[in-house]
Design a protein around this ligand. Structure first.
Ligand SMILES: [Zn+2]
Length: 273
């Protein structure tokens, strides 16, 4: 599932109403797939991996092709994750889901640390809203899907049209990274059973793999203006937030140079548009 300011709504309309407008909605698709192959080969790999191409194409609407493609990649990653029982990685291959982590404390318990009206908090952490609110393995599923999503959106900047308007492509991944970071922080502070479980080598390896991929994608997008997510990234750069996760992955949670640049830009007032 992807928080969409437009795309998800359009996709629902396509599914819900079998009207004659289907042709104009899909007319861009051959060129869009060509652009994906040319500009984002890793995103195209996701399309190729889908057995049922219609499941990918259902999300590829024509009003904003950059958003349509990155959303189709995102949703397809979820489908592949279910099929493989593993998280597909951007650079190829996959890492197995660990079902034991479903017994860890439910991610919805960290919602209090965030603005409850935030779209991502509402969608992914609110009780009853999504599997990710109840089960850490689905929070990782979203982290991975948003990594693929932003990786493709970043590569597809060339096909963005001015009249498509601004879409916060970076905000989803930055939000999910913040949730994972706070999940580790809360585990270390208040949830001894989960914190102990997180120390198991295979769990640490999974967290390190998915986090490193996410952080790499986030940083690669950093130079692109109007991709959003600054508020979450500021929190990600706060050492107090990241200490527990840093302990789990045995390294920096965020690129120190980027966080230093962010702090300088913030104090100078030039970070935001
Ligand atoms: Zn999703």
């Amino acid at each position: 599932m992807r928080v969409g300011f437009g795309a998800a709504t359009v996709a629902l309309v396509v599914i819900a109403s079998p009207v004659d407008s289907a042709a104009p909605r899909t007319i861009c698709q051959p060129q869009a797939l060509h652009d994906l192959q040319r500009l984002s080969p890793r995103g195209y790999d996701v399309y190729l991996a889908m057995k049922d191409k219609q499941q990918f194409l259902a999300f590829l609407t024509c009003d904003d092709v950059q958003l349509g493609l990155s959303t189709a990649v995102h949703e397809s990653v979820h489908i592949l994750t279910e099929q493989y029982d593993a998280y597909p990685l951007i650079t190829g291959g996959s890492v197995a889901r660990l079902h034991a982590i479903s017994r860890f404390y439910p991610p919805r318990e960290i919602a209090v640390a965030f603005n409850r009206n935030d779209n991502y908090v509402q969608t992914y952490l609110r009780r009853g809203a999504a599997s990710s609110a109840d089960d850490l393995s689905y929070l990782f599923d979203e982290l991975n899907a948003y990594s693929h999503d932003l990786a493709s959106a970043t590569k597809l900047v060339a096909i963005h049209r001015e009249d498509d308007g601004q879409v916060d492509h970076r905000a989803g991944l930055a939000a999910l990274m913040s949730f994972v970071m706070h999940y580790a922080k809360t585990a270390r502070e208040d949830k001894p059973a989960t914190w102990k479980g997180l120390q198991r080598p295979e769990v640490k390896a999974l967290v390190r793999t998915l986090w490193t991929q996410a952080e790499t994608v986030l940083m690669a997008s950093w130079g692109i203006p109007e991709f959003g997510g600054e508020k979450y990234v500021e929190g990600l750069c706060n050492r107090q937030n990241g200490d527990a996760l840093a302990e789990l992955i045995d390294g920096d949670t965020m690129n120190p140079q980027v966080c230093a640049a962010l702090a300088t830009a913030s104090s100078g007032g030039s970070l935001t548009k």
